[in-house]
Design a protein around this ligand. Structure first.
Ligand code: MSP
Length: 517
């Protein structure tokens, strides 16, 4: 039994009908930052991502590509795995719904739901959108060009009539409402909770959970020709990864219920209505939170393959460097809101906060230490009020950052960190250490020591969002203990430590001539 507290965070599993783009990278990045933060803060973490490989959409994409579905899944899934490597994601597992362990888990859950009386056979007649892999009521549809019926998401719908098994979703209306009312942070942000609540309060229909018109999926146990609805299959991945149905197993005991299911706003209904209802029916504990983030647009336009404006994360990393990409995505937009991606905003933000902000602060300080203190961390003298104020603020920064991270308010957490970086800039300007060399070298040593200590703590706190760059700064300072227990006064920098000649960590970014034209 692990003595550390545990933390389980999941991304949605990505459909393999598409190549990964910035929207996919965004969801996983948010989880990566949470996972890294919690590990540094002493938690035993399980961070799960993976691919959603069944269903009609994937079957059709494989058909269109003229390959067998499994071969198709293998190829596209590998691309998502490549993205995880390229983005330096620290996921503990990469699950694929075509794995045998997953089939076992979903079929087990199905049997439990059946035994408890929540599944019945009937016929489905209604609208289905293959793109959304979702059923829609007539009243939800919109009218498209030429009177075509469209899903509320704009996706095409088709009329489906087939024998189907149903899940008694309608039986969970009251319990779901009770859940939203008693656990008000079950869905975040709050505006999304209200959305989900009013959807459920409007009345729930039973949910069709098997299809008979395609083959690519998990077969319903003992029901020839029935393939499970891809969402019951997909959602169960969160249990598969921690060993379900082995509820006595260590992974299940350590990590269920999940702490955060991170999702995009488009798939909130599945996670905040269907998933808790399945779990209630199976008498399993519910996840603690579902956080729905916003969507990225590209220079104001919806990102889509057909518009040809998909932002390729691999290309962005190549052009601007990984940590700049990671930083921008979570720093720019309050998490939960929609955001617009533009190269000029990207460059402006990275230059202001990285090259001119933290980069300049650490480069200037370390260069002064290297040149004026025999290349080693100086001994501080008696601290002035300004020194103590700066150090006190940095010593208490973790508490503030933790509070924001626990609410998934990434931009607030980074605001707090960068506010201290700006405070250190103001301190340099007011203390003018470069002038002290001749007039008061002891005071110069103290000022440079205080600055180096501030940089140490800032770099430790920046590790979750910019692991490589923070690591380079800490390497330059020869800091070995990088966990959050090293933050604050107890972990102070050791005077006398010899440092390397500093090299800039955050380059200034420029718009390509072609892009700025
Ligand atoms: N397979 C389902 C999830 C099953 S989870 C049990 C799915 N896959 S998806 O590949 O279509 O989308 C996965 C995630 O990517 C969603 O959370 C979605 O919001 C996110 N994004 C896709 N495009 C996006 C943007 N343009 N911006 C931000 N995130 C978006 O849904």
């Amino acid at each position: 039994m692990s003595e550390r507290p545990s933390f389980y965070v999941t991304t949605p599993i990505y459909y393999v009908n598409d190549v990964p783009h910035i929207g996919h990278a965004y969801t996983t990045l948010a989880c990566d930052v949470l996972a890294r933060f919690k590990r540094l803060d002493g938690y035993n973490v399980m961070f799960l991502t993976g691919t959603d490989e069944h269903g009609q959409k994937v079957e059709k994409s494989a058909e269109a590509a003229g390959v067998d579905p499994q071969a198709f899944c293998d190829k596209v899934s590998a691309r998502f795995n490549d993205l995880a490597q390229a983005m330096n994601f620290s996921n503990d597992q990469f699950i694929r719904t075509t794995e045998p362990r997953h089939k076992l888990a979903v079929q087990h859950l199905w049997r439990v739901l059946e035994e408890k009386g929540y599944i019945y056979a009937d016929n489905y007649a209604g609208w289905y959108s293959v793109r959304d892999e979702a059923f829609y009521a007539e009243s939800e549809l919109m009218e498209g060009e030429g009177g075509a019926k469209l899903a509320p998401t704009g996706a095409a719908v088709e009329w489906v009539e087939e024998p189907s098994y149903f899940f008694k979703l309608s039986a969970f209306e009251d319990r779901l409402l009770e859940l939203y009312d008693s656990q008000t942070d079950f869905v975040m942000p709050k505006s999304r909770l209200n959305e989900v609540r009013s959807f459920v309060a409007g009345g729930l229909q039973d949910l069709s959970i098997s299809r008979t018109t395609f083959n690519w999926g998990v077969p319903v146990p003992d029901a020839d020709g029935h393939i499970m609805y891809v969402w019951i299959d997909a959602l169960t991945n969160y249990l598969t990864a921690i060993g379900y149905p082995d509820e006595a197993g260590q992974a299940y005991k350590d990590f269920w219920p999940a702490d955060v299911h991170m999702v995009g706003k488009d798939i909130l209904r599945f996670h905040a209505v269907y998933w808790p209802a399945f779990l209630m029916a199976a008498e399993l504990p519910l996840p603690k939170r579902v956080f729905a983030h916003g969507w990225w647009t590209n220079e104001g336009q919806k990102i889509s393959k057909s518009l040809g404006n998909v932002i390729d994360p691999f290309e962005l990393i190549e052009s601007y460097g990984l940590d700049a990409v990671r930083f921008f995505m979570l720093r720019e937009v309050p998490f939960g809101n929609d955001g617009d991606f533009s190269r000029s905003a990207f460059i402006a933000r990275c230059n202001a906060d990285l090259a001119n902000g933290m980069g300049n602060l650490s480069q200037r300080t370390l260069a002064m230490i290297f040149k004026n203190c025999d290349g080693s961390i100086p001994h501080p003298g008696i601290l002035s009020n300004e020194d103590s104020e700066l150090l006190n603020n940095i010593d208490s920064l973790l508490d503030e950052v933790r509070k924001h991270i626990d609410m998934q308010a990434f931009n607030r957490a980074f605001d707090a960190i960068w506010k201290q970086s700006a405070a250190a800039d103001t301190y340099i300007s007011s203390q003018e250490p470069w002038k002290l060399k001749k007039t008061d070298p002891d005071r110069m040593y103290t000022v440079l020591y205080v600055l180096a200590e501030v940089i140490r703590q800032l770099a430790i706190l920046m590790q979750p969002i910019m692991p490589e760059s923070a690591c380079k700064v800490l390497d330059q300072l020869k800091i070995e203990d990088r966990a959050f227990t090293a933050l604050g006064a107890t972990g102070r920098l050791a005077s006398g430590t010899v440092i390397d000649k500093p090299v800039g960590v955050f380059p200034r970014l420029e718009l390509d001539a072609e892009e700025s034209a």
